[in-house]
Ligand binder design. Sequence first.
Ligand code: AAL
Length: 396
Amino acid sequence: FSLLMALSLIACSEQKTETKPAPTEDSTTAEHKVFPHKMPTEKPDMPLSAAAERMFSYPAPRVQDNELFSQFKYTRLKGFDYNNGDGTISRRDPSRPILVNGKYYIYYTKRDTKVPPIGWNRAKEATDEIPSTDWDLCDIWYATSEDGTTWKEEGVAIARPEKPKPGWRSVATPDILVWKGKYYLYYQAFNEPSGLRGDWCPVSVSYADSPDGPWTHGKDAVIPFGKKGEWDQDATHDPQPIVYKGKIYLYYKAAYNKWPDIRDKYAVGHGLVIADDPLGPFEKHPLNPVMTSGHETTYFPFKEGVATLAIKDGNERYTMQYAKDGVNFEIASVVSLAPTAAAPFAADAFTDSGNGRGVTWGLSHFTNAGKSSKKAYSIMARFDCDLSLDVDIPSY
Ligand code: AAL
């Protein structure tokens, strides 16, 4: 032991006595510039490392230091029962809440099946009573609330239609539009179990005079699939409308290279379709896909443009992005623990004010549904955040 001590003392003393090299010409002269202490806003005229170089290709060099940065606080919702988490009841992919006569309304995917889903990899064994994935054999339900946390489940908004009408297998992932005093629900309509070709599904729309329904079927395949070989040839998912520049801007997702053929090069893109009428025709934006990261769609009016949260897929996962024109999005901030399937409450989602005020809360979901989950199901939760220009909420 004492020998070790002695050796380490010698090592220490050697370190201490080691003299620093005398400053060379290079490190002190003007030619060898050193990265400044004060964060530059412009790229400094000097050799930069790859990471330092990349910093200046972001529009906001300090991506956590602007109004589109937030942390997220989660609250368990009251009023929903999940059969003690046995996987037979699931609620997921909520619509954005809307406020009508003092009550918030949400629409969401609900599964209430005899058994939990068996998993997309066993989709061939799915039957009319055995779901493949968490969002198979679902209907669209709705709930109301006065405070956004305690909810009353009101009942079915849109039930699966009779076979072989589009959506007979499952209707899921709704979002809402309020337009000229009427309500429009856009949702995915599945004709096969998810995991087979079910996820290659289009969007249908139904409408009502009241947020309580009754809902009238409006149109199927309202967002046309791309032609063969185009990025959205197989799927239009997660429709989310806002009113912008006098028109309906409907953002949607196409997950390409999804089941059943190829999964190894899975990628997600979001597109934009625009219409003057909620039942269409919807025109695809020529610059689609307008987002190349994310998963479920989360878009809201912000200032003169549109803000979006890109969640779990892609190189720019977990970023907030902003497009002055609703089309050309750039990273505004990088976030963590962001809400999945986030559906923000935006009072001005449909008012087309030209001066979006942002959001302070919304709904999202948490899921344990994975390839091999035995009791897969999802719950909805509330998130609170500081993505608003009007209310400054302290960090959590
Ligand atoms: C989701 C959404 C879509 C997919 C599936 C159910 O969270 O992206 O709705 O089809 O997963």
